[in-house]
Design a protein around this ligand. Structure first.
Ligand code: ADP
Ligand code: TRP
Length: 359
């Protein structure tokens, strides 16, 4: 067989619930488009999901749901390697090894860690712009509460870096919120290479078709769509439910003068419209906003139907796929075998470079 020289793409999604429109535009839709041109590897990050201590019975169900949603959205197991993170034990071993080169300070300064640690301890968000690093460290270390921030949450970026580096991936399609983790991954790769004087790890970058990282907003006025925000439009939402959610989206009183600036909730609606609707539909509503004739109800109705045009084919396939246990087993078994091949080779190199050798 000819050697495969395609660039390596890798991405994963945590198994913490069903996939939503943010996951779709930030990640999944890019996965599907990349399949023909790259050596693609997509996985379900169940070890990362453990950092928030999920209910054990729910964890496997979530892995299965995401797997079915990957397949329903068009990831083809013949073109892409689809696997479950915990099926590749080499990742866990390399996570231990790489942690020896990661500083706890740099991990503590990661935005996602601060957010999640605050949540775990029940501490509110800091004032905007406040330089809170020191106070935050004191809170985490000296918190006089019976709640705790687990060490897995702190080392989350190490595990993510290992997912990427163990496959020597260079393109990592993710949403904007993951860019800081990618930056850390590049730093860890450079550090390992230079500490041992090797050229083992390439530096990975985010991948976007138009060069801009995507951030899908929620419909509740501000911020991003996210599971923990409770503002998600899910790919498997029933049409009635989805229409209701869209119709309830926050807006404002409407423009009073031609060409008024847009409030954040309304701008968010337009961001979603741009992602899901055709350019002429977007133009129609932009013009209507500019000349103050816009009716938000009409925009929402159009938006809901255009979102459903994207989600309906996926939703309709998911249940059939979920019912076919034998197929799901085959997909992950084949995926694990392929993913482990390269992971084992990289881990072997890492062990040798670090001085772990057999007798
Ligand atoms: P959530 O934030 O809902 O818990 P994950 O953290 O599991 O979702 O994200 C999985 C993938 O989906 C990542 O690549 C992430 O960047 C992307 N993603 C999640 N939410 C959004 C969003 N609102 N906009 C763009 N991409 C997103
Ligand atoms: N941290 C990512 C998220 O929350 C999920 C993830 C884990 C990931 N490992 C990865 C994404 C490796 C890309 C590559 O969305």
């Amino acid at each position: 067989m000819a050697e495969n020289k395609k660039e390596i793409v890798l991405s994963g999604i945590r198994s913490t619930g069903n996939l939503h429109l943010g996951n779709y535009y930030g990640a999944l839709s890019k996965f599907v488009r990349l399949q023909d041109d790259y050596d693609c590897n997509f996985f379900i990050a169940d070890l990362h999901a453990l950092t928030t201590n999920p209910d054990p019975a729910q964890l496997h169900a979530n892995v299965k749901n995401i797997l079915a949603e990957y397949l329903a959205a068009g990831i083809d197991p013949e073109k892409s390697t689809i696997f479950v993170q915990s099926d590749v034990p080499e990742i866990s071993e390399m996570y231990l090894l790489l942690n020896m080169h990661v500083g706890i300070g740099e991990l503590m300064r990661t935005t996602s860690f601060k957010d999640k640690a605050r949540k775990a301890l029940g501490i509110g968000a800091p004032e905007q712009g406040a330089d809170d690093d020191e106070a935050f460290e004191k809170e985490i270390i000296g918190a006089s509460t019976n709640k705790r921030v687990n060490a897995g949450l702190l080392t989350y970026p190490t595990l993510m870096a290992v997912d990427i580096l163990i496959q020597k991936a260079t393109k990592v399609p993710v949403g904007k919120d993951q860019e800081q983790h990618l930056e850390l991954t590049r730093r860890f790769a450079r550090r390992f290479n230079s500490f041992y004087g090797v050229d083992l790890f390439p530096e990975p970058y985010n991948f976007n078709f138009d060069g801009k990282p995507v951030k899908v907003p929620g419909l509740d006025g501000s911020g991003k769509m996210g599971k923990s925000e409770g503002n998600c439009l899910y790919l498997v939402d029933d049409p009635k439910v989805l229409r209701k959610k869209v119709m309830r989206a926050t807006t404002d009183e409407g423009p009073k003068e031609p060409n008024s600036p847009m409030s954040e909730p309304v701008a968010n609606l337009f961001t979603l419209l741009e992602l899901t609707s055709t350019p002429d539909v977007v133009k129609h509503f932009r013009d209507a906003y500019a000349d103050c004739s816009i009716r938000y109800g009409d925009l929402k109705k159009q938006l809901a139907e255009d979102i459903l045009a994207v989600t309906t084919p996926i939703r309709e396939r998911v249940n059939d796929i979920l019912a076919d246990e034998a197929y799901l087993r085959r997909v992950v078994a084949q995926g694990a075998e392929r993913a482990r091949e390269r992971a084992a080779a990289t881990l072997g190199e890492v062990r040798r470079i670090m001085g772990i050798r057999g007798f």
